[in-house]
Design a protein. Structure first.
Length: 204
């Protein structure tokens, strides 16, 4: 249901929603056509910013994971919401989403033990050092990814992600549901997508 500006003001939501939506509008107005971002995916991320405005405290940058693209494509888009600049990176999907290792996401799952990727809005959490080295926790905000913390779905680096892997096998390796990026990219990803930001993943 659409909520009017009058209703938002009356309910006290305007202050929380105005900044994210203004940032998204600015980015949408200057984002280059060649950015490679699916318009519907961006629209869903825009809606997620408004829907989860009480949890997403920083709206300067947003991450978009386009699981409609093959793993060989740079499909993790980091959008600067002030300038509209887009940086696109390689990212792996879960083995449970691609049982035959075709390089394409076939299904999503939120179930523990599925080893699948999940769709929805994620809140970036704390950085830590774990089994995969420097990593960042992800909190699932939607019904389709609400078990992210229980499943230990995080951002981490993996040797099976990188242009050299694609050169060898035409696709990336698979994670257990995490957003695995190249070891060459992990430091900058953890830095620019620090705690309190939105990452939205889906296949549209």
């Amino acid at each position: 249901m659409m909520v009017s500006r009058r209703q938002m003001l009356a309910s006290g939501l305007a202050a929380m929603v105005a900044l994210p939506l203004a940032s998204v509008a600015r980015a949408a107005s200057i984002m280059p056509v060649s950015s490679g971002i699916n318009a519907e995916l961006f629209s869903r991320a825009q809606a997620a910013l408004a829907r989860h405005a009480d949890r997403i405290t920083l709206t300067d940058r947003v991450g978009l994971v386009d699981f409609a693209q093959a793993s060989r494509s740079p499909r993790f888009h980091i959008v600067d919401m002030a300038s509209g600049h887009v940086r696109s990176l390689l990212v792996a999907h879960g083995r449970g989403s691609d049982p035959e290792h075709s390089g394409w996401v076939e299904r999503f799952s939120n179930e523990p033990g599925s080893n699948a990727s999940s769709a929805g809005a994620y809140l970036t959490g704390d950085a830590y050092s774990g089994a995969h080295g420097a990593s960042r926790r992800l909190i699932g905000l939607d019904a389709g990814n609400s078990n992210a913390e229980m499943r230990a779905i995080v951002i981490h680096a993996a040797a099976y992600v990188g242009p050299e892997v694609i050169a060898m096998q035409g696709k990336l390796g698979r994670s257990e549901g995490c957003l695995a990026v190249s070891p060459a990219d992990i430091a900058s990803v953890l830095d620019v997508m620090g705690a309190g930001r939105l990452i939205y993943a889906d296949r549209v």
